[in-house]
Design a protein around this ligand. Structure first.
Ligand code: AMP
Length: 463
């Protein structure tokens, strides 16, 4: 998963990009990058690690501009090493161009093979580079599209790219003098537009506008191509799809609770998931305990709907940075204990309902249940504010392979035994669907196995 940000018409656009992408840090912790243009040239900085640690004052002092894009990466496809960190930059016939992308293409491998057969040089192993390489491969003008004279050189090339790629892409191109923001026709990933006086902003989530004191303007619509330059803002719809496939997992887990995405306040949707979980649940308990941070909002909904007190029975350590992957199970267990500690003052002798947003491999829940018991909980009832995850994501969320998904291998009762809880209940798929106004416009393949778009060739997955 990744976060993307764009800014047009700002003194020190590189600094706006820095703060904007910082607000999207939860969408990717592996690497960060910023590209900025002063209308003459494009400068880029890309580093592994977290935004605040990776980007130094000197990095920003060495770049200045009026328009910029930025990216945080959480690798889903391609090499996780530095080679694929974004923005990716390429010399094109339209001049130097940089691009940032959130989502996964489903036809990456056949497209890449086609380009390589034509001897097109590719320097990366991620799908994002194709958005640049394909700019040189052709032009396409859909019928009934009225192109503004200023865009006549640019758009047929971009429309050609969009006619070839399939899958999930929220994307921002940076040229020396303009930004082009694009969302795929099915709208898998969010992309929003904001403004701050005369400055135009784009971001994966609205929380990036808040940090800058900007305001949310509107969503970039599925299938929309927005060009922003000194002449103004122009919107085009070259390709439309009857089917929408907005990612419901953004509402369940990925987006920050204060964000607005897919026409929904994430907080409201997530709280509703907790309320519905409570309505479906007959358990008798003394206290509701969220798994921080992801379980907090559904736990508020659950506790209010049940009339049970919400208490902080698990406390999060805020000083844990990135945890590296430990080589043994014992060390991996310690890693979870580093992040969360049990609060005996709340738990001792209590019947506890513990709430998390999702259960994927089941390893986190198993450790949490034993942690709660060791701290004196009399009963532990695990509640998950989304349905069992049964399908991997091919559209940009980093979920494990099908075999690693515990709900694919075990019944709910066997999962309960595995995690060691007294009872286990998930939110039903019908209830999850009822949280949004038009569930048919969402992709819930990870919960339903109904995939809105087939993968062509082998799916490119990191893990
Ligand atoms: P586990 O069941 O041990 O795989 O862990 C599930 C927990 O990981 C959930 O509580 C979520 O908060 C979190 N989670 C779910 N999906 C993801 C994801 N794609 N990347 C990182 N964490 C996730």
């Amino acid at each position: 998963m990744c976060g993307i940000f764009g800014v047009f018409n700002a003194q020190h656009a590189e600094r706006y990009a820095f703060y904007g992408i910082y607000a999207l840090q939860h969408r990717g912790q592996e690497s960060v990058g910023i590209a900025v243009s002063d209308y003459e040239s494009i400068k880029v900085v890309k580093k592994p690690g977290l935004v605040l640690e990776a980007i130094r004052k000197e990095d920003l002092q060495n770049m200045f501009g009026y328009l910029a894009i930025a990216h945080v990466r959480y690798s889903t496809a391609g090499d996780s090493g530095g080679v694929n960190s974004q923005p990716i930059v390429r010399e094109t016939s339209l001049g130097v161009c940089a691009v940032v992308h959130n989502g996964n293409l489903v036809n990456y491998l056949p497209l890449r093979a086609e380009l390589e057969a034509k001897d097109v040089k590719l320097f990366h192993t991620s799908d994002t580079e194709l958005f640049l390489a394909l700019l040189e491969e052709g032009e396409f003008l859909p019928e009934n599209i009225d192109i503004h004279p200023i865009d006549r050189e640019l758009l047929p090339k971009i429309f050609y790219v969009l006619s070839r790629v399939k899958g999930a892409y929220s994307l921002i191109y940076l040229f020396k003098d303009r930004l082009v923001a694009i969302r795929d026709p099915m709208g898998f990933r969010p992309l929003l537009m904001g403004r701050l006086k005369d400055t135009i902003l784009f971001a994966s989530e609205s929380c990036a506008f808040d940090i800058l004191g900007g305001e949310l303007w509107r969503e970039v619509k599925p299938g929309e191509v927005i060009v922003v330059d000194q002449q103004g803002i122009r919107s085009y719809f070259p390709f439309r799809s009857e089917r929408r496939a907005m990612c419901v997992f953004e509402l369940v887990y990925f987006s920050k609770p204060e964000s607005f995405v897919f026409d929904n306040w994430v907080y409201r949707a997530r709280k509703r998931m907790g309320e519905l979980l409570a309505y479906e649940d007959q358990v008798q308990a003394d206290v509701v305990v969220p798994v921080p941070d992801s379980g907090v909002v559904p736990a508020i909904g659950y506790s209010q709907a049940k009339g049970l007190p919400l208490e902080l029975g698990l406390i999060r350590n805020h000083y844990v940075g990135r945890s590296f992957i430990e080589p043994t199970q014992e060390l991996r267990d310690i890693k979870v204990l580093m992040k969360l500690s049990p609060n005996r003052a709340v738990l001792e002798d209590k019947r506890v309902v513990v709430i998390d947003d999702s259960l994927v491999r089941g390893t986190t829940s198993k450790k949490i249940v034993s942690m709660l018991r060791r701290a004196g909980a009399r009963e532990v009832h695990m509640r998950i504010a989304s349905p069992p995850v049964i399908g991997p994501c091919y559209y940009g969320i980093d979920t494990p392979t099908r075999d690693e998904l515990i709900a694919n291998r075990m019944s709910v009762e066997d999962i309960r035994k595995f995690i060691g809880a007294d009872s286990l209940k998930y939110l039903s798929l019908e209830s999850l669907r009822s949280v949004v106004e038009s569930p048919q416009d969402f992709c819930d393949a990870c919960f339903s196995n109904h995939y809105p778009l087939e993968v062509e060739g082998t799916a490119l997955r990191m893990r």
